[in-house]
Design a protein around this ligand. Structure first.
Ligand code: DGL
Length: 271
């Protein structure tokens, strides 16, 4: 199967786009809702939690896991690829979502100034800056940490006034760094669900980039280039959804994030 991992529900916005263009594969999704948000935690803890999630997906037959979480991609991907996989699962693969986003961003901006909205951990890691500048050294990257957004979204308070106030505050802070920003990356998979709200506070012509469609295309491309992985994948269109939190809220919200009714199973992960 193809595994998808996120600290919570945000990764469903990526999986939703992936299944649109690659419906034949079988997917297993794991959201670590019981321990979300990851974005305000240390790099060591994010690495530990992410490895536990990835191992769980491997145990449940994932051959390839996509970290559908920018926070995990920034804090854990390299170490997982270089150390954890080498040592324990040399046949399996783990992919992140920051590098594929960075690779595509050049075609959206005219001013060559872009903004990134993300969690504190992603912003502090400077991963977006570094990866974008590897592909496009001339692009100026301005980051804004948005620590209030994931807790509000995971609490299901998407229609509440406090979300609007937080969005407005973060966008003002971002644009106070530069008025020439013409493209904004939603660098946290949870934010895709509030894309329309974010757009309401932006001047016309500023592009907002959600990662789902980009990652879907990149995954298709990856599978075409890696027959040794693709050949091992089941093509029976199975869908499995797992969460670490037993709550009605998670069950209800997961439908909103995925865009259709899903059956979500509660599991424990970690030691
Ligand atoms: N969805 C995750 C991301 O893309 C972050 C959520 C969290 O802080 O746990 O960064």
């Amino acid at each position: 199967m193809i595994g998808f991992f996120d600290s919570g529900l945000g990764g469903l916005t990526i999986l939703k786009e992936v299944v649109k263009i690659l419906p034949e594969y079988s997917y297993i999704y794991l959201g670590d809702n019981a321990r979300t948000p990851y974005g305000s935690r240390s790099q060591e803890i994010i690495y530990k939690f992410t490895v536990e999630g990835v191992e769980e997906l491997f145990r449940r037959d994932a051959e390839l896991v996509v970290l559908a979480c920018n926070t995990s991609s920034s804090a854990a991907l390299r170490k997982i690829q270089r150390e954890f996989l080498q040592k324990h699962y040399s046949e399996k693969r783990v992919l992140g979502i920051i590098i594929p986003t960075a690779e595509e961003i050049g075609r959206f901006t005219n001013t060559r100034e872009i903004g990134v909205l993300a969690t504190e951990a992603t912003v502090n890691s400077l991963t977006y800056q570094k990866e974008i500048n590897k592909f496009f050294p001339e692009i100026k990257v301005y980051q804004q940490a948005c620590p209030l957004l994931v807790p509000i979204i995971e609490a299901g308070e998407i229609e509440q006034k406090n979300l609007d106030l937080a969005i407005e505050k973060y966008l003002n802070q971002l644009f106070s760094k530069s008025r020439k920003i013409d493209t904004i990356i939603l660098g946290c998979t949870h934010y895709a669900i509030i894309e329309d709200k974010i757009k309401k506070y932006l001047s016309l012509g500023i592009k907002v980039i959600s990662q789902g469609p980009i990652i879907a295309e990149k995954l298709r491309n990856y599978l075409a280039r890696h027959p040794e992985i693709e050949n091992k994948l089941s093509k029976t269109g199975k869908r499995i959804f797992l969460t670490t939190e037993d709550s009605e809220r998670v069950k209800n919200l997961s439908q909103i994030f995925y865009g259709e009714q899903i059956a979500i199973t509660i599991i424990n992960i970690g030691p």
